[in-house]
Write a protein that binds this ligand. Sequence first.
Ligand SMILES: Cc1cc2nc3c(=O)[nH]c(=O)nc-3n(C[C@H](O)[C@H](O)[C@H](O)COP(=O)(O)O)c2cc1C
Length: 306
Amino acid sequence: MQFLPNLAFHTFLAPMAGVTDKPFRQMVRSFGPHLIWTEMVAATSLVYHSQTTERMMDLSDEKGPIALQLVGNNPQHMAFAAQKAQKNGAALVDINMGCPVKKLISNISGAALMREPYLAFQIVQAVKAAVEIPVTVKMRLGWDENERNVVDFACHMAEAGANALTVHARTKAQGYSGKADWSFISAVKKAVNIPVFANGDIIDSDTAADCLRQTGADGVMIGRGAMGRPWILAEIDGVNPVFDIKEVILEHFDRLLSYYGPKGLFIARKHLAWYATGHSFVAQFRRLVYAEDKKENVVALIREFF
Ligand SMILES: Cc1cc2nc3c(=O)[nH]c(=O)nc-3n(C[C@H](O)[C@H](O)[C@H](O)COP(=O)(O)O)c2cc1C
């Protein structure tokens, strides 16, 4: 792929707010040199110097390529934030045109931009003009089953200058439920001449291979399948990583505490619950972890259960 010449595999970590923070990205990175998406970062908050947002833009101590995802509706603010992303070392800037969260939709951001093609075009143009790194767009199939405009919208984004597109194969109305409809990804792939990445219900090497075969996509992006499984991208790439799950969890826990301070203990709970998914002790482990507020006791629980 023209703008990612050093990547052997095109298996990417999806942007997930509250999940793909620096500690989680570092865990995924420890299994391989993947292209990893940040959580979405609100461009306008950055313009107003929000400390939390500034921190989300910090890509230091991360050795591999990172796609920094921006969300917003103001072309100038998006361009400003993109410049900052470039300065901070992002490999590319991605624009969120798929988030279904009400607060963003009512602000004409995220998936609402698929209904505002003129504004979406202006955003991509402004960001493209502001940076040298590639600019990509992540979108859905459209608003709902009666308005699946992804093919037209994708062509429009390519025309605006986007270097690649990711299609999450669900509508805004579907949120995260219902089966992803990959047939639309094939249609987008046929309609544009820039790389197209497939997203939605890709959870392991079989689904990744099926999706690539069915769609002809240039890469796959893994979302929920990576929760509690930071090694999954490496597995999909056929690297067969060898690891001790207990050590992985302890390292992740430690990184969360170093990054967030005492708050990290609470942020860690959902990750620990995800790691336990599929184990027979999941319910008991979750109950004990959620009741615990001492670091040493959580470490003891991890050691006992895994
Ligand atoms: C907790 C959570 C947070 C998410 N945050 C973002 C986000 O910040 N930006 C974005 O473009 N998509 C976001 N998504 C959507 C994912 O990137 C992905 O498109 C979606 O989960 C479908 O992929 P999957 O079926 O592999 O999970 C989020 C999804 C989840 C579950």
